[in-house]
Ligand binder design. Sequence first.
Ligand SMILES: *Cc1c(COP(=O)(O)O)cnc(C)c1O
Length: 383
Amino acid sequence: MKNIYLDFAASTPADPGVIRAMLPYFDSIFANTSSKHTAGREARAAIEKARETIASFLGAMPEEIVFTSGGTESNNYAIKGFVRAIPGGRGHIITSSIEHPAVSKPCRTLEKEGFSVTYLPVDRYGMVDPDDLKRSINTSTRLISIMHANNEFGTIQPIEAIAKIACEHGVAMHTDAVQTFAHLPFTIGTMGVDMLSVSAHKFYGPKGVGFLYIKKGTPLVSLIEGGNQEMGRRASTSNVPGIVGMGKAVEQAVERMGTEIHDLIALRDRLISGIAGSVSGSSLNGHPLKRLPNNVNVTIKGIPGDEILSEMDAAGICCSAGAACKSSVNEAAGSHQGRDGGPSEKDAALRFSLGRPTTAEEIDYTVNILARTVDSLRSRKKL
Ligand SMILES: *Cc1c(COP(=O)(O)O)cnc(C)c1O
């Protein structure tokens, strides 16, 4: 049976070179980075080298990079850490209705603590309107958190324009860049944000490690208190193998990014046009052009997502699915339960996310299997 993995947005395999770079740090250079002996200093040097690699790629200063346990912690730290540093403990936060739960749930929590939160809607392509954002800023707005690219339907947000508005109004700006860092070329200078979240396992690094970029001078209250690691901002013994692996994954991304983006876009568009040409009742979700190079998300009319998913899985294809009406773009764009002709509970939103190992043969096979699966599930329903 085939084994085709098209769920790279959920997680990527660690690159063999990343694993090789990590190995010595499990048993040979294993000392605590806080220890004041040669072995400790050696471990410490390894994480500082990774910090410099990451900072230079991002166009940041090393001391602006704080290592965390991943994207979820980075988002929590950025949002809760920032607003809890506000004197008086009150204020207004602007976010979007399509954020990852690692942003939306902290925002809900802060609402219960007395902050007010605006959840900006998106258009039918899943895009936030910067003018809309500008209008929702008021005198008590303290923080804007808008993701760089959406993990479900791949739309890339106009972060530079949004960050510019934030800056003009003296409001701090955070972005969840978990789906874009080391995938798309950008620097902190072009992006213009104050905080940026990253996770290593989304770009061929290990799981359980990431970082938060924090612009110098941005006040944050620590979420994890204890030792003095990470300049006193994030306690706990440093995850040396993880951090070294993440640094290596960034080095590899720098080398490969140029060709990789073009290869992925070609495969993505092959999958999009393949599905459009051979799967009846299908339509693309997200923005047709301003989308992640590796993301394909389609609505399939009349078949629940979990039914397609299990058939695809049985054919050896790993992808991901949700109910089209619940996929955040449609929810945020205001189409509910098919009332207005929009997707209903019975429609699937299927996500295929491509990666380095993806081939044209895999794409063609996937299109064939999907077309057959949809036909057979539809004819079964008619019986
Ligand atoms: C995966 C993901 C996260 C969570 O990152 P973890 O390292 O798995 O905690 C946050 N935001 C986005 C957009 C993601 O895709």
